[in-house]
Design a protein. Sequence first.
Length: 140
Amino acid sequence: MKIKRRLYSIIPLIPLFVLLGMRDIRTLLLVPLALMAVQWYFIGVLFLLATAVFLIYTRTGGLYGLTVIALTVLALEMGYLDREHAPREHYLILLAAVAMSFPTYLLMSMLSPALPRFEVTALAALLLVVLYLFARFVAS
């Protein structure tokens, strides 16, 4: 039986669950939700929310939290691109948009000592959402 769609969206799930499994083995319960997220966008949003709730529950942030959220968004959006049979350029735009969140985070972490009560992780996550919306706009 031949699969008629690409499965690039499985690739970010591997390092994602390695990272999540190192923190808490119970996160492997999210694997079925992640595999369904590749197929259905709504389930993918639920997977993103479940991952964010896990990070909040464990009070995890910083570069680890940003990496987990970035990989989750990457898997979710790559699943959408797989379903739409998008050209390879759209995957590159998505990878660039997600990769830009890391230098942005580092920039914000350098600026945070100079600014009063500046939540670097929240700002980096907000910028990741903006980059995500930009990638959706460019890809459509």
